[in-house]
Ligand binder design. Sequence first.
Ligand code: FMN
Ligand code: EPS
Length: 354
Amino acid sequence: MAGNSFGNLFRLTTFGESHGEAIGGIIDGCPAGLKVDLEQIQAEMDRRKPGQSAIVTQRKESDTVKFLSGIFEGRTTGTPIGFVIENADQKSKDYSHIKDVYRPSHADYTYDQKYGNRDYRGGGRSSARETACRVAAGAIAKQLLQEIKITAYTSSVGEIKLQKQFQELDLLEIEKNPVRCPDPETASKMEAFIKEIRSQGDTVGGVVECVISNVPVGLGEPVFDKLHAKLGAAMLSINAVKGFEYGSGFAGATMKGSEHNDLFNPDGSTKTNHSGGIQGGISNGMNIVFRVAFKPVATLIQKQQTINKAGEEVEMQGKGRHDPCVVPRAIPIVEAMAALVLVDYYLLNKTSRI
Ligand SMILES: Cc1cc2nc3c(=O)[nH]c(=O)nc-3n(C[C@H](O)[C@H](O)[C@H](O)COP(=O)(O)O)c2cc1C
Ligand SMILES: C=C(O[C@@H]1CC(C(=O)O)=C[C@@H](OP(=O)(O)O)[C@H]1O)C(=O)O
């Protein structure tokens, strides 16, 4: 199976399945000398881990990261950083009924057709359990990025939308509610809606907005390696993602150039930011702003028509502990993937001029 590595100079490879012994990763290319803050890494893991609130999967994992290599006396050595995260609370019997049956819109059918030998327990490698490794690596990338600040939050759940603009938000509110929406009133509506949907055995999608501030001018490479192209690829590699837009995004297609152009201030900053902080694939020093759309979770605790391995039509109902909405736990994953993209360009940018 190819496709388990991400990044160039700072390269993460992940391994492991949801119901195997453990998941983990290797980070190749982290510069030597970085003082690693293990508490900060665990804090990021805690924001993503299952079982953290009543509106996410009730599987309980501590998601403690055990580092095996690459860190000596608290600092990186420049050698590969190997780490493992134990799987402690798998309930594989919840999946025996789908051994030969495909959940609609999960990865069961495609994995089976492609590889012919599928670890069906918890979705195996296709499970979002894998994203714990991205968050661990992303936390190290964040520490390398120092002053660059990456902040993601929930901007919609189903039809419930955050109405405020970024400038009007109190970002300290994000971690104060289980939905991770910075407006408390909207957050409680979202929370109540997720609970209602869950009680019906159903699921709902949503949108995560991410704002990256304090970005220097010049990150990103032109042509094929544009900053927004890599951010898009990073976000679209996250489980259940259906859409990515940056700056004005799809709304920009309805505007006139005279409305859309970001006019300059004398210092090179712009009066508006329809560009989303990126022009020609290179950061322009304004906030990088993008949005990521997540679909509703595929596994329903409801009966649905599907097919089995033999191609027969059958009825199935999901079992087990599933997220009714992935968005609250996707926030740290979006931030981690953004950090992995930025750290690569931050390191590469050191080679752009003498
Ligand atoms: C944080 C997070 C949690 C998820 N939890 C579940 C879940 O509990 N049950 C489920 O069926 N899918 C869940 N998913 C989505 C599946 O992993 C995903 O739909 C599946 O791998 C198929 O891939 P695709 O939807 O990207 O095509 C989750 C995704 C994320 C990002
Ligand atoms: C375990 C995690 O999330 C899992 C993601 C997931 C899926 O299909 O993506 C399905 C569920 O798996 P299981 O039923 O095996 O627990 C979630 O709990 C995690 O994020 O660490």
